[in-house]
Write a protein that binds this ligand. Structure first.
Ligand code: SF4
Ligand code: SF4
Length: 107
């Protein structure tokens, strides 16, 4: 199942937890700092994914929408979208501190 994440890079502290926890190596730390001086996490750009099995952007480096990154992020700034047959739903998004972070939006 294909997934997609959006990281609010200006609020990222660059702790790297999401990078470590991602089972698909789909997140990297940027070489450019944000306005607060942190080097934020970002989804791995398609043209920088490791070439595996001779196929650039091989499926085993792709986000599956598992939500582990969103769950572990202490800043709650990662939105996760998961592919459905004809649409992509939000399955996790940031919440206020102390509030649940995981939601499922049925459309
Ligand atoms: S949703 Fe899962 S596979 Fe996708 S970037 Fe986050 S941890 Fe990695
Ligand atoms: S876990 Fe959150 S704060 Fe830490 S690097 Fe990832 S997005 Fe940034």
């Amino acid at each position: 199942m294909a997934g997609k994440i959006i990281i609010d890079t200006e609020r990222c502290k660059g702790c790297g937890l999401c990078v470590v926890v991602c089972p698909k190596s789909s997140i990297v730390i940027s070489k450019k700092s944000n306005k607060n001086g942190y080097f934020p996490a970002q989804p791995v750009p398609a043209d920088r994914r490791p070439v595996e099995s001779g196929v650039e952007g091989a499926a085993d480096t792709d986000c599956t929408g598992c939500c582990l990154c969103a769950i572990i992020c202490p800043e709650a700034i990662i939105e996760v979208y998961r592919d459905q047959p004809n649409k992509i739903d939000i399955v996790a998004k940031p919440g206020k501190k102390g509030k649940p972070r995981l939601v499922e939006e049925k459309t």
